[in-house]
Design a protein around this ligand. Structure first.
Ligand code: GDD
Ligand code: MN
Length: 361
């Protein structure tokens, strides 16, 4: 049984594999590591599978060609399911990840106190190749920042990482990644808390072009939301609900300012509130409580408007009651109003979560 299974997802990497596999093999034998290499290809039209079959004659290489599914994350998982090593190591095929760093990553993983090792661009000694455009740099930094509540590692976006197969197997039923960030998914769901980062220089891909499209970037946001919900439960839903509410306030005020140009203030105010409420409904239905998206919208809409009205009543009642019964709030009416807003929002949130947007059994 090999100690390490190296998993390489590929899509149209025929030109790179011929360079990658010998370099991986050299690095392994130089360090005396026993390993298998598993290439998971999604039936690339450029001859990647054929190149692999030839390489398999000289190297310890297994090839899995998938014809019914596509995607980086699911390819990595498919490779892990075939793996036999105690350690699973994932890397890109395009030579962005230096194979010469594999021994260092494996050595770090051999420490029983370490659960997860990242080939990291953002620790001392790590870097990215010179000609990374400002856009890609900014993009990568922004994406990293958004993952910060989930992990304190410096490079959670990395596609060059390793973990124990035993930890993978414990979490395998909970995994449902979308998009590109399979490392982050595993980091969060396998409960890997003790993370080591080995500095690497992330090279520009040798041949071909990146498959990281705008669609994958949007998928990242969806993926993040799933991970937040997984890790923070009800608090993640509350945070989304509050963000939706804040965006609704912007919609409310801008609609009001616009309508005031040609409508009576009473009508303008009413229409603005209604617009914002509808906006909030739509966002809560499609984002915050997206699990209830399959239910008919109109019943939810009526219930949501009802819930908002009750929430407003709670808000109004709480602030008035406080100002009238407690001297402190009589002197601080704005504070009382703020408490009212919090009470109304909390009430509205609970009603939405429990009554308006129900999970179908
Ligand atoms: N099987 C399979 N199916 N493999 C895929 C697919 C797919 O749909 N899409 C991409 N791959 C493979 C590529 O062939 C390559 O080996 C690896 O996954 C990474 O794909 P790239 O297209 O080169 O991605 P990238 O360079 O933009 O992104 C890399 O760096 C990011 C950090 O900047 C990846 O490592 C990301 O995971 C990482 O976040
Ligand atoms: Mn790449």
């Amino acid at each position: 049984m090999p100690e390490v299974s190296i998993i390489v997802p590929t899509y149209r990497e025929a030109e790179n594999l011929g360079v990658l596999i010998p370099r991986v093999s050299n690095a392994l034998s130089g360090a005396g590591i026993s390993a298998e290499i598993i290439v998971v290809d999604d039936n690339s039209p450029d001859g990647t599978p054929e190149v692999c079959r030839v390489l398999a004659e000289s190297y310890p290489l297994k090839l899995l060609v998938r014809t019914t599914e596509r995607g980086l994350s699911s390819a990595v998982l498919a490779g892990m399911n075939l793996a036999q090593g105690d350690l699973l190591l994932v890397m890109d095929a395009d030579l962005s990840h230096p194979p010469e760093k594999i021994p260092e990553i494996v050595a770090a993983m051999r420490d029983p106190k370490t659960d997860f090792v990242i080939g990291s661009r953002y620790v001392a000694g790590g870097s990215t190749a010179e000609d990374w455009g400002l856009f890609r740099w900014f993009n990568s930094k922004g994406a990293t920042l958004l993952a910060w509540p989930l992990t304190s590692t410096k490079d959670p976006m990395a596609g060059f990482f390793a973990l124990r197969r035993a930890d993978y197997l414990k979490a395998v039923d909970r995994l449902d990644p979308i998009g590109y960030k399979i490392g982050l998914e595993l980091l969060v769901k396998c409960g890997c808390r003790r993370v080591a980062e080995v500095p690497i220089t992330f090279q520009d891909r040798l041949h071909g072009e990146s498959k990281l499209t705008l669609k994958e970037q949007l998928n990242y946001l969806r993926h993040l939301r799933r991970l937040y919900n997984y890790r923070f439960g009800i608090w993640a839903y509350l945070a989304q609900f509050i963000l939706v509410g804040a965006s609704g306030m912007v919609v409310d005020l801008s609609t009001f300012a616009l309508l005031l140009q040609f409508l009576d203030i009473r009508v303008a105010r009413g229409l603005a509130i209604w617009t914002a409420m509808t906006w909030n409904f739509w966002l809560n239905r499609t984002v915050t409580f997206s699990f209830a998206k399959t239910e008919p919208w109109w019943r939810q809409y009526v219930a949501f408007c009802g819930s908002c009205s009750v929430g407003a009543l709670v808000n109004w009642g709480a602030s008035l009651w406080l100002t009238q019964s407690l001297p402190f709030f009589a002197a601080h009416k704005l504070t009382a109003a703020a408490v009212g807003v919090v009470a109304g929002t909390a009430f509205n949130f609970i009603l939405c979560r429990v009554v308006v947007f129900q999970k179908r059994a």
